[in-house]
Design a binder for this molecule. Structure first.
Ligand SMILES: [Zn+2]
Length: 293
């Protein structure tokens, strides 16, 4: 197989789309498997001992649909793109839609990996593997590239660091339609929003990108409360208020939002990513959260 043919196959992966968004499953599995090869691991990777858990984590971190982490699907369907094979594939029963039974994948302890010819090209020239990685990254917003490469342990020096985005503030304001993500506060004075600010969920000094999915529009009050860790966002974008908050007005301005889903989220493509909310939860939030109301 020529390199041109290998590139053609990876560039034309059939990617399932849902409401205009591309499923991240096959690109993430491809990046994960390339990362393993670059670290000298075996071509074939066990489904139940390795891919099932690791790919689930990647899908939860970098996927759009948090509930839709089904690692068995790319593991099986990547075969159709003629870049991947599964050992003992003929022993696996399929559902009527052609998907494998997860119990079979586990019980027969099957493994999967890129075709030998492809692995050979990656092994003799790591730059070729980086090139394919770049095509896979194109399925994700540029702001996520660095973090994805780190997660799959592909050296990040191959990718240019992201320059600061001078439009971060206006991008986030537009994404949130100039409303506080928690309370919906929106007052304009002479046509300019007032007492409304933008913030990073994971700050730039900690490696957080200047991108909508790492930003929030918050009124001045909720901005301060968020930055000080009086509340945070759960992975499902519910407001979690610290147990340690008290005082007059806490009920009206903060406690009443506890357990509520963020009320004024932007379009789904700009939803805060779990990777960033998780950072805030672990590093800023003065937990634990209050008891469920
Ligand atoms: Zn607010």
């Amino acid at each position: 197989m020529t390199r041109e043919e290998i590139i053609r196959r990876f560039k034309s992966l059939r990617i399932w789309k849902s409401s205009g968004e591309r499923a991240p499953h096959k690109p993430l599995l491809t990046l994960y498997a390339i990362g393993r090869l670059l670290h000298g691991e075996n071509r074939l990777i066990s489904y139940s001992n390795d891919i099932e858990d690791n790919l689930t984590n990647l899908l939860r971190t970098f996927g759009q649909e948090r509930s839709n982490d089904q690692p068995h699907l790319p593991f099986w369907r990547l075969q159709n793109d003629k870049v991947w094979e599964v050992t003992d594939a003929d022993r696996i029963n399929e559902t009527t839609s052609g998907d494998p039974y997860i119990t079979d994948l586990r019980n027969y302890n099957v493994s999967g990996g890129f075709l030998e010819e492809i692995v050979h090209e990656f092994q003799i020239d790591a730059n070729f593997a980086f090139k394919i990685s770049q095509y896979m990254l194109d399925h994700f917003p540029a702001s996520m590239h660095q973090e994805i490469l780190q997660a799959v342990e592909i050296p990040t020096f191959v990718i240019e660091p992201q320059p600061p985005n001078p439009n971060f503030q206006s991008d986030v304001m537009n994404a949130y339609k100039e409303k506080c993500a928690v309370c919906g506060f929106r007052i304009r004075l002479e046509n300019q929003p007032i007492a409304l600010e933008t913030t990073h969920i994971k700050p730039p000094e900690a490696g957080g990108p200047d991108a909508e999915e790492n930003g929030l529009a918050l009124c001045s009050l909720h901005h301060e409360l968020f930055n000080k860790g009086a509340f945070t966002l759960s992975e499902n974008l519910h407001v979690l208020v610290s147990k340690h908050t008290k005082g007059k007005g806490t009920g009206d301005w903060l406690k009443k939002f506890h357990g509520e889903k963020m009320k004024f989220p932007p379009h789904q493509i700009y939803y805060p990513r779990i990777h960033f909310t998780d950072w805030h939860f672990k590093n800023r939030f003065r937990g634990p959260a209050r008891e469920k109301i």
